[in-house]
Design a protein around this ligand. Structure first.
Ligand SMILES: Cc1cc2nc3c(=O)[nH]c(=O)nc-3n(C[C@H](O)[C@H](O)[C@H](O)COP(=O)(O)OP(=O)(O)OC[C@H]3O[C@@H](n4cnc5c(N)ncnc54)[C@H](O)[C@@H]3O)c2cc1C
Length: 428
């Protein structure tokens, strides 16, 4: 997929191939909608637009899933990182409940698409566990549990014993089990969306980095190095990996690095007690950790940090120490794969809907919760462009991109802070 083995790691080796694609050339037929970016948002939009009868092309700078979509943990969660109650507080009485409602059911859409289009993406829907670290962590998940419960969501608060049975480690004070959620192989899901979009009629172009979007009066002219295509609408789905176009999208996000490491396939007897029901898990620490199994019994363990320079060794060593504290029975673990990517964070942890120009829209800034939200908000962008809903009906208010204060300093703080925390950490 990509020359750098630290870009997509295990996912690149275990995903079935995607559809055949080529780069955009000259003389390509015009489309109604040109989607920029081949991740969850862009491909879900392309699928739903094509199903709605629009002529659609997707331009991806590298390979499908090159951005965060092909690198993530694969936790298909409902809602956002924010507490449910804070959405109406931050977005007001119209958009708050509307966004909450749509994200409450967002995993349903993911698993329906997987089933309907027969995607081979290791989809498991046995919930996820948000694990409480200490008393403060438990208070946090109890508040989440109460808030979701009030909204009628199928969530359970597990005590320390039940959590230890579910996880196979006694490291946590309790957990929030969310039955709406599950896990997938994220790159395989990207490719499944791409196959479905192609079958619905979309044209997908890879190694086609958009360099310019020019106003042709009645239409847009979208230029790559080798080609050009005319379109009525432009849908920008480039999130934290935005290059060249609309730099304000980049400027409004703080990029947080996150890495994953996958062990060798474990012996069935070794891991029978680790996540026996196949949930995905992550914890309440600020420098959080996540873990899950894949279909071959590899344990995938992740945390904040970039696998580059001295960070690589620091995070690898920390990963080994942390895993052997969580699951001492595994002995010294070896990692077959390591990879990392960047999460696009916004100042208030909410995604953003922008109208960047006439008939040009974008959604970005998922703050680490992009599988289900990207899928469902991609569909909502498609419905907007198809004229099935108005801008005022969207689940997010339209805003102007705003520069994130102290962007470079905060990005450095994430990267070097994670190194310092992992180098110093001897606890788990
Ligand atoms: C390590 C990691 C772990 C994560 N874990 C989870 C998780 O477990 N659960 C969860 O829900 N979310 C998770 N996330 C967040 C989630 O992966 C993202 O929110 C989501 O993938 C964003 O999808 P997207 O389609 O909007 O953007 P992306 O997948 O980033 O796609 C954007 C694409 O646009 C392309 N592009 C950029 N500029 C141009 C251009 N000029 N021309 C053409 N193409 C261009 C890029 O190459 C890229 O492929 C994680 C993210 C990371 C990095």
């Amino acid at each position: 997929m990509n020359q750098d083995p630290r870009s997509h790691g295990l996912w690149a080796d275990s995903a079935p191939p995607g559809p055949d694609t080529s780069y955009l050339g000259v003389g390509e037929p015009a489309v109604d909608v040109l989607v920029i970016g081949g991740g969850f948002t862009g491909l879900s939009a392309a699928l739903h637009l094509s199903q709605g009868g629009a002529r659609v092309a997707v331009l991806e700078a590298q390979e499908l899933g090159f951005g965060a979509s092909g690198r993530n943990v694969g936790l298909v969660n409902a809602g956002l990182w924010l507490m449910p109650e804070s959405l109406p507080f931050l977005l007001g009485p119209v958009y708050g409940p509307r966004l909450l409602r749509i994200l409450d059911h967002a995993p349903d859409l993911v698993y329906q698409l997987v089933q309907r289009h027969d995607m081979q993406c290791q989809a498991v829907r046995n919930g996820t566990l948000h694990c409480a670290v200490g008393a403060a962590g438990f208070r946090e998940i109890r508040a989440r549990w109460q808030q979701w419960k009030q909204l009628g969501a199928p969530v359970e608060l597990l005590d320390a014993d039940a959590t230890a049975r579910a996880l196979g480690t006694a490291a946590y004070r309790g957990s929030l089990l969310d039955h709406r959620a599950g896990t997938i192989q994220p790159l395989a899901y990207v490719r499944g969306l791409a196959q479905a979009a192609v079958r619905a009629g979309a044209r997908l172009y890879t190694h086609s980095r958009v360099r310019a979007v020019n106003d042709g009066g009645t239409h847009w002219q979208v230029w790559t190095d080798q080609g050009k295509i005319d379109t009525s609408w432009v849908l920008v789905a480039t999130d934290a990996y935005t290059q060249d176009i609309w730099p304000e999208l980049q400027r409004q996000q703080i990029r947080l690095p996150y890495f994953n490491m996958a062990t060798r396939p474990l012996d069935k007897r070794q891991y029978a007690h680790i996540l026996p029901k196949g949930e995905g898990a992550w914890d309440t620490r600020k420098m959080l950790s996540s873990f899950r199994l894949d279909q071959d019994g590899r344990l995938i363990f992740g945390s904040v940090g970039a696998l580059r320079g001295v960070g690589t060794r620091i995070h690898e060593n920390w990963g080994r120490r942390a895993l052997s504290r969580l699951f001492p029975e595994l002995g010294r673990v070896e990692f077959d794969y390591e990879w990392y990517g960047h999460i696009g964070m916004t100042s208030d942890a909410l995604p953003r809907l922008h109208q960047l120009a006439r008939h040009t829209v974008s959604i970005s800034g998922y703050n680490g919760r992009g599988i289900a939200p990207g899928t469902v908000l991609g569909r909502e962008l498609a419905r907007l462009i198809l004229g099935q809903i108005d801008m005022a009906d969207m689940p997010l208010p339209l805003t102007e991109p705003a520069r994130a204060p102290l962007k470079s300093a905060r990005e450095a703080l994430y990267e070097y802070g994670a190194m310092a925390a992992h180098a110093a950490s001897d606890r788990f």
